[in-house]
Design a protein around this ligand. Structure first.
Ligand code: PEP
Ligand code: MN
Length: 297
């Protein structure tokens, strides 16, 4: 069956561009290497997992400044925040734009933390590179190939979120666009997919995280905030993400989630975030082994 994966065949150079198993060559697993993507002084994909935190949207200088110091204090190594917001409704807050980028840069510099922010269109790639250390491609833009081509020309790290309805192959194919453009600094991010179950905002596909770690050499992180939409289960799912091998997590944090201009229900307070960070330090539950019973007997 011809799926979107085989689309390369239509341009006549599939033999050159696709591996025999139909996987994209640049994103595919390479036995000699696992890629570490350096964002400023932060290695993503190395021995230790990383925690990226910050508000869904940049709302004010004070909000971002307060947040960056709070999350740094608890152990986050990078700041996130949206200046351009991909909102489902055109009547929802669309982001502060360039003013938001400036606030993020100021906060990142003040706290000495690299900054990741979403870039939604080709025209904003240059600005994004000027103000942020890493450009996020959001779920709604995962197949915006014009954007990928533009990002491929920059050497800047890219955080490529999985589209809410994208297969793993489509996700890796999107990564291939950036890699093919000459930019090797791609980090994948699982942020939940649409399924039949609507008990949560999305369904967190942790098996896909383990799978892409096996299929590619690229670092993979998890966004439990958008995956669940539910503050109370973010710590549990973040922990599960690290347990399946994610190279890090990206989490939404807000000084006053109940007043957030976007995604308040899934945003952690500073105290929630501190608790999350300490829970990530404790080991996962031990397994009750039969030998233990034998020893006790
Ligand atoms: C976000 O990170 O703020 C965001 C909108 O994420 P996603 O693209 O995963 O929905
Ligand atoms: Mn959000």
């Amino acid at each position: 069956m011809l799926d979107t994966w085989t689309i390369g065949k239509t341009n006549g150079n599939a033999a050159k561009t696709l591996k025999p198993n139909g996987l994209p060559p640049l994103a595919s697993r390479c036995p000699e290497k696992r890629t570490i993507v350096w964002v400023g002084n932060v290695p993503i994909g190395g021995d230790a997992s990383v925690v990226i935190a910050g508000p869904c949207s940049v709302e004010s200088r004070e909000q971002v400044m307060d947040t960056v110091y709070a999350v740094k204090q608890s152990g986050a190594v990078m700041l996130r925040g949206g200046a351009y917001k991909p909102r489902t409704s055109p009547y929802d807050f669309q982001g502060l734009g360039i003013d938001g980028l400036k606030i993020l840069r100021e906060a990142g510099d003040a706290a000495d933390m690299p900054v990741v922010t979403e870039i939604m269109s080709e025209e904003d790639v240059e600005l994004g590179c000027e103000y942020a250390d890493m450009s996020q491609v959001g779920a709604r833009n995962m197949q915006n190939f014009a954007l990928h081509k533009q990002l491929g020309k920059t050497g800047k790290p890219i955080l490529l979120k999985r589209g809410a309805s994208a297969t793993v192959k489509e996700w890796l194919s999107a990564a291939e666009y950036v890699l093919h453009g000459g930019n090797e600094n791609v980090v994948l991010c699982e942020r939940g997919i649409k399924t039949f179950d609507n008990s949560l905002r999305n369904t967190l596909d942790l098996a896909a995280v383990a799978l892409v770690k096996e299929m590619t050499h690229l670092p993979v992180i998890v966004d439990p905030s958008h995956a669940t939409g539910k503050r109370s289960i973010i710590a549990a799912t973040a922990k599960a993400a690290l347990a399946v091998g994610a190279d890090g997590i990206i989490v939404e944090v807000h000084p006053e989630p109940e007043k957030a201009w976007s995604d308040g229900e899934q945003s952690l307070t500073f105290d929630n975030f501190a608790d999350l960070m300490s829970s990530l330090r404790t080991p996962i539950r031990s397994v009750y082994l039969r030998q233990e019973m034998a020893v006790m007997a």
